[in-house]
Design a protein around this ligand. Structure first.
Ligand SMILES: Cc1ncc(C[n+]2csc(CCOP(=O)(O)OP(=O)(O)O)c2C)c(N)n1
Length: 330
């Protein structure tokens, strides 16, 4: 962990906060995997385990008026954005107390109050939506940034190119964040794209763009902060490519025949949480007692969210049309 060269001031309390935020996401998702095998959480489940530094680092750069769009791997983004864990867990359970009244589940966590616009299941589907909101912000002369997270698999879709093109052409206040974990389901980037540096594709459209170590939360926060300042100054869109890795399969059903276990283990050893923890410990900033306190606090919050979700109701049948048909005004 190198904190020296970063322009954002990182004090130890801040580093511990980042550590806790990442751990909270990690443990939440580990619990979700457990609940999935017990069939308490149903449907699709795509875990973000290994990539936590990206969501946590980028969210640090945002203010409450900024907006966020993400993919189906968005539980971590939702938690890092400040949605309550109860709401997120209840949504996983399909309960009415969930962020989308239990109608969306894992892939469709949504919260207007937090300006968290999904949870989008379509690869690259969020990019045009985010560009639309950024255009609205620009037309209304708002300074707010729209952030759009997507996987590197999205670059194979036309929406990626159309979105970057229009964002640059219209100089929109948008930050594209590519979570480059090297694989789109079982397809390695290395065997599917001639240009494997996603930031260079963005530069070809004229965007300010760079790649960072997506396993280093400090580096991600620093780069995202610089870009958000630039965007708020009216200097146009930016793209941040975060090189990262998912430690688990694409979803809960994945035999992972497309990669070697040695590769997974190597990435795990340089994971975002272990990396920051080791740095704090090596510098005498985190002792076992404090680590246990943090672990216990996280576990308590997760257990409470499971209790909340389990004791919540599913939507009443009489309310099933809520939000489906507009009410008549006459
Ligand atoms: C338009 C579209 N095509 C195909 C799919 C099926 N699909 C779901 S996830 C995925 C891979 C996406 O990989 P990437 O964008 O790199 O994100 P990651 O899952 O690695 O986070 C595909 C092809 C889809 N959801 N939407």
């Amino acid at each position: 962990m190198n904190t020296d060269n970063n322009k954002v001031h990182m004090d130890i309390a801040h580093l511990k906060l980042l550590f806790k935020k990442m751990l909270r996401i990690r443990r939440f998702e580990e619990k979700c995997a457990e609940l999935y095998t017990q069939e308490k959480i149903r449907g699709f489940l795509h875990l973000y385990i290994g990539e936590e530094a990206v969501a946590v680092g980028v969210m640090q750069a945002l203010s409450t008026n900024d907006a966020v769009f993400a993919t189906y791997r968005e539980h971590g983004h939702a938690l890092a954005r400040g949605l309550s864990m109860n709401k997120v867990m209840a949504e996983m359970f399909g309960k009415v107390t969930g962020s989308s009244r239990g109608r969306g589940g894992s892939m469709h966590i949504f919260d207007v109050e937090k300006r968290f616009y999904g949870g989008n299941a379509i690869v690259a589907g969020a990019l045009p939506l985010a560009v639309g909101l950024a255009l609205a912000n620009k037309m209304q002369k708002k300074q707010d940034v729209v952030v759009c997270f997507f996987g590197e698999g999205a670059v194979a879709e036309g929406e990626f190119h159309e979105s970057l093109n229009l964002a640059q052409l219209w100089q929109l206040p948008i930050l594209f964040v590519c979570e480059n974990n090297g694989y789109a389901m079982g397809t390695a980037l290395a065997i599917s794209e001639s240009e494997q540096h996603i930031f260079r594709k963005a530069q070809s459209y004229g965007l300010k763009a760079q790649a960072v170590d997506g396993m280093n939360v400090v580096e991600v926060e620093s780069a995202a902060t610089q870009y958000c300042i630039s965007i708020k100054n009216g200097d146009g869109p930016c793209l941040l490519e975060c090189n990262t890795y998912r430690f688990r399969g694409h979803s809960m059903f994945d035999t992972q025949l497309y990669r070697e276990s040695e590769e997974i283990e190597e990435w795990k050893s340089k994971g975002p949480i272990i990396k920051l923890r080791r740095w704090l410990e090596a510098n005498g900033k985190l002792d076992p007692a404090e680590l246990k306190t943090i672990e216990d606090q996280v576990e308590d919050e997760i257990n409470q969210s499971v209790e909340f979700a389990q004791s919540s109701e599913v939507e009443n049948v009489s309310d099933l049309c809520f939000g489906v048909y507009a009410e008549s005004k006459n």
